[in-house]
Write a protein that binds this ligand. Structure first.
Ligand SMILES: [Zn+2]
Ligand SMILES: [Zn+2]
Length: 391
């Protein structure tokens, strides 16, 4: 039995219309001009204070009730992906090469729904900040908002985020305490040897052979230097060298990606890649320069806050429909930057198995409108429970 707020159900058709309009007009990270304008307009209509231009196209809406100094932050993402949509329904993307294939149209709409409800009912005591973030898909939107002083201008005792989960039924939630989604990084290994005739290797230093040894040796990083109870991935996804059959090239480049669930593991992986690449290249008479860039820190839920928002979700859908021991997710999510600054939690909401059931980032994906009133109700209850009136 779901207990969706009837005052939210009453405007469910509006939520669907907003979501489909945003879906039809997808914008890439930091280009969310139309989306953030619509978000800001709606927040103002509801009666929120509105701040624009935080993290370039980011928007924050605020409602203050009473004089309780406590404040909570709720975050949604607004950006789309650079891909073509395969769907043929009326609200499909109107722009080639851009698609809301991760459901951020739904996340934005659910948070707008909560703002509309909370601005009208004001049944809490304290401050709520609705954080609409740009550029989640690898372009650093959360980091940009944090660097723009998000939590200095809008201090929050806790911050919560949400993502839809295809294949999980509508009406179910999933979360886990502690690390939940992997941190990710990218690396480049530039190998310098000495070019030579392919028939006269003794006069050169072969960067291709150095690269081969580095690839093999990097297989020991996870297996031999990371504790078996931790996990991590190193994948070498590119190797580039040479142009001719009979020329030993001067240089070679290896590139790839790393993932891990703990910051310390990420740091170890980074250090071992640098050491192995440099050491092997030197031992074979060449040089290797390694750059490892951390793209996202791991997403780590505060155990107390994960428990707490799990309880709020259970109060709406029942304990049986909240999986508090959900799987680790190897994908990354840049809400992790916000969770590094302020304790909080990230929860997954079912997007259903049929309509919208295909995976995110798939050209046939669509957010499931049936989940909109539930997501908006979750946010409403989070605020009303966290900032409960004391009178
Ligand atoms: Zn995505
Ligand atoms: Zn996403």
């Amino acid at each position: 039995m779901m207990t969706i707020d009837p005052r939210i159900t009453a405007f469910a058709d509006d939520l669907t219309a907003w979501r489909r309009d945003i879906h039809a007009h997808p914008e890439l990270g930091f280009e969310e001009e139309r989306t953030s304008r619509i978000v800001a307009e709606k927040l103002r209509q509801f009666g929120c204070e509105v701040t624009t231009g935080i993290g370039r196209t980011g928007v924050v809406g605020t409602i203050r009730v009473g004089n309780n100094p406590r404040a909570v932050g709720l975050r949604a993402d607004m950006d789309a992906l650079p891909m073509d949509e395969a769907n043929t329904f009326a609200h499909r993307s109107q722009h080639a090469g851009r698609m809301h294939a991760c459901g951020h149209d739904g996340h934005t709409t659910m948070l707008l729904g909560a703002a509309r409800y909370l601005a009208a009912t004001r049944n809490f005591d304290g401050t709520v900040h609705f954080i609409f973030q740009p550029a989640e898909e690898g372009r650093g939107g959360a980091e940009a908002m944090v660097k723009d002083g998000l939590f200095d201008k809008f201090p929050c005792e806790a911050v919560f985020g949400l993502h839809n989960r295809p294949k999980l039924e509508v009406g179910k939630f999933q979360i886990r305490s502690g690390p939940m989604m992997a941190g990710g990084g990218l690396f480049d290994i530039h190998i310098k040897g000495k070019g030579a005739h392919g028939a006269r290797p003794e006069s050169g230093v072969d960067p291709v052979v150095i690269g081969g040894h580095i690839i093999t040796a990097l297989q020991t990083v996870i297996s031999r230097t990371i504790a078996p109870i931790d996990s991590g991935v190193i994948s070498i996804t590119q190797m580039h060298a040479g142009d001719a059959y009979n020329v030993i090239p001067e240089t070679a480049v290896l590139r790839g990606t790393v993932r891990a669930f703990r910051k310390e593991v990420m740091a170890t992986i980074k250090q071992k890649i640098e050491r192995i690449a440099g050491g092997i290249a030197a031992s074979l008479g060449g040089e290797a320069r390694t750059e490892v860039r951390v793209a996202f820190p791991p997403l780590v839920n505060d155990p107390t806050e994960a428990q707490w928002i799990g309880d709020v979700a259970a109060s709406i859908v029942g304990e049986d429909n909240v999986n508090r021991n959900g799987n680790y997710v190897m994908a990354s999510e840049d809400f992790s930057y916000m969770l590094e600054k302020v304790p909080g939690a990230f929860i997954l909401i079912g997007n259903g198995g049929d309509e919208g059931g295909c995976e995110v980032h798939n050209p046939g994906y669509d957010f499931n409108d049936a989940a909109l009133p539930l997501g908006a109700t979750l946010w409403a209850r989070v605020v009303e429970a966290r900032l409960a009136r004391r009178d």
